[in-house]
Design a protein around this ligand. Structure first.
Ligand code: FAD
Ligand code: SIN
Length: 539
């Protein structure tokens, strides 16, 4: 049976895709600058479901007299292992105190005690206990819902960007005119046209079997921008967080790095012995994430267990309940008392250090297209992000991008008249939901085994062949059938996986979060990996 999913056409000044911290803060900053603006804010499920909501540790900013911007900059560069872009690092870190002030103005109340996390030389993490993300998202979302200028579309997923390449221009720089958006409740694909499009779609943790990310993190922004012709970079640097809780019924609950900041020790599950001294004699448990994750991976391979222990039993029950209320009560609910029991943990995919190439204001290769937050690749994180620098980048970019998009809004967009609506008739229901799930499950397992913490040429090459096969099946299906949210996400996950694996194959060295067993050395020259459909196709 054939049917059409064609929906309506909507016009806005700005289309913001994603309602995490980046999208929400951008909207609020924008209406402060331009009170008469009309913004469409798109969220693929409930507006509060996003990576930002689950942030536990906090947001890094220098504030103590014994600390300095230079020290924060130097810690960030060290963690990035030669691949940070120094001007971006300096710019973001200098803007950190004003980012904290913007959050306090909502008002968000940070705890009086700053936290310490891996790779930081000082206590400089502003936090709301272990619920920093939840507090921030709930507060800003409440304000967003009150603004008549912001039209929130929940349960709507962006499918593709709408682009225009001018036939007579020599620079071949495309312009983005809006996006096709699937209304998941009514199964209609609407055409949203706008003078500026802001991608704030977050990361792609769901490319891997074990991840700290929620279901929405499927790399849609990178996939849409890449298909539209924007460059993406450093995709091989998917950061693994060392300590996801290992438990059969709670499969993406993070045990914050701040637990190690308060003295938590890592121990081998067979012997009960501490092991970090063998891997990072000075920083021990507070070494950067790439180092700690690889150490845990190594210990797991050598033991009979697929986890290690995190031990903070030397701290009192009263302290742990106060400092980590969410972690404490969640663990109690599954029978672990962290003041008496060690916590089983595994490393898990956590953060996309690469993404869509942008400057610190979120400008991409395409006119009228911005990317902000985790989806962007600014050069702040290099080969391995320093803890709590992500929320910082998100706030800074959202605020900078609001200033920049003002310019687009003042310019009319001539190409609007030529935008086609989504009207191709397609077959219904040719793949059952369980078959889409099967592809997804298999791919995520394969990514974890072959493109995880330790990689080899042979494994990556085998994986690439599997991915290419899936890519072909999925692409053929896409052009002939009605699409669903699951299918859109699967298509994007496969593209992200392909970008990660091709970049990992091409990087014949070990650096930051990318470890090649067959090339354990670091090249003398640090180079970014850049891919683009137009200029330098990896696909
Ligand atoms: P997100 O918050 O992930 O928001 C993305 C939004 O885009 C979501 O609303 C999603 O539904 C929407 N979306 C995606 N695709 C589409 C589509 N196709 N159509 C419509 N909507 C779409 N960083 C720190 O600095 N400090 C921390 O303490 C910290 N702790 C963390 C703990 C956990 C468990 C996790 C997962 C991450 C943590 N991070 C932390 C990282 C940080 O939270 C994220 O990098 C940051 O919040 C990203 O914000 P964002 O707005 O870019 O993306
Ligand atoms: C954590 O709390 O361990 C996460 C911090 C981060 O991802 O920056």
């Amino acid at each position: 049976m054939n049917t059409s999913q064609q929906g309506k056409t909507f016009e806005f000044d700005v289309l913001v895709i994603g309602s995490g911290l980046a999208g929400l803060h951008y909207c609020m900053q924008m209406i402060r600058l331009q009170p008469n603006i009309r913004i469409a804010l798109i969220s693929k499920t409930n507006a509060d479901e996003c990576n930002s909501r689950y942030a536990q540790g906090g947001i890094a900013s220098v504030s103590m007299p014994e600390d300095s911007l230079e020290s924060h900059i130097s810690d960030t560069l060290d963690s990035g292992d030669g691949l940070c872009y120094a001007p971006t690092v300096e710019c973001m870190i200098r803007q950190a105190p004003s980012a904290i002030k913007q959050l306090q103005d909502y008002p968000i109340q940070f705890s009086e005690t700053l936290a310490k996390e891996g790779g930081h030389s000082h206590r400089r993490i502003f936090n709301c206990g272990d619920q920093t993300g939840l507090t921030i998202i709930e507060t800003i979302l409440e304000s967003v819902r009150l603004q008549p200028q912001i039209h929130l579309f929940e349960d709507h997923i962006a499918v593709n960007l709408i682009t225009h390449y001018h036939p007579h221009r020599t620079d071949n720089q495309g312009e983005v005119l809006g996006a096709y958006i699937l209304d998941c409740t009514h199964n209609r694909i609407h055409t949203f046209v706008s003078k500026s499009v802001v991608l704030a779609t977050g990361g792609a943790g769901k490319t891997y079997r074990y991840t700290t990310n929620p279901m929405v993190a499927t790399g849609d922004g990178v996939a849409m921008a890449y298909r539209a012709g924007a460059r993406v970079g450093n995709m091989e640097f998917y950061q693994f967080h060392p300590t996801l809780l290992h438990h059969h019924s709670l499969n993406n609950f993070l045990i914050s790095e701040a637990v190690r900041g308060e003295g938590g020790l890592l121990k081998n599950a067979d012997t009960g012995a501490r092991f970090m001294a063998q891997y990072a004699p000075e920083q021990l448990e507070l070494a950067t994430r790439d180092v700690v994750s690889r150490a845990i991976f190594n210990e797991m391979e050598q033991s009979h267990h697929n986890f290690v222990y995190l031990d903070i039993t030397h701290q009192s029950k009263a302290f742990l309940k106060k400092r980590f209320p969410q972690i404490y009560t969640t663990l109690i609910s599954i029978g672990i008392d962290m003041s008496q029991d060690m916590i089983p943990v595994v490393p898990a995919a956590h953060y996309q250090c690469g993404g869509i190439l942008t400057d610190v204001d979120g400008r991409t290769d395409l006119k009228r297209l911005y990317a902000i937050g985790e989806v962007a690749f600014t050069g702040l994180h290099g080969a391995n992000r320093l803890a709590s620098n992500s929320l910082l980048e998100t706030v800074v970019m959202a605020s900078n991008a609001a200033h920049c998009t003002l310019n687009d809004i003042s310019k009319p967009c001539k190409a609007w008249d030529a935008i086609p609506t989504w009207n191709s008739p397609r077959e219904v229901n040719a793949r059952r939901a369980s078959q889409i799930n099967a592809h997804w499950r298999s791919l995520r397992g394969e990514m974890t085994s072959y493109a995880g913490i330790v990689r080899t040429e042979a494994g990556l090459y085998d994986l690439l062949q599997l991915i290419e096969r899936r890519h072909k099946i999925i692409d053929e299906y896409y052009w002939k059938h009605c699409i669903t949210r699951d299918f859109i996400e699967l298509r994007n996950i496969v593209l992200n996986a392909e970008l990660i694996v091709r970049a990992a194959l091409a990087r014949r060295e070990s650096r930051g979060g990318h470890f090649r067993e067959d090339f354990p050395q670091k090249n003398t020259r640090a180079q970014e990996s850049i891919a683009s459909l137009n200029a330098n196709p990896l696909l």
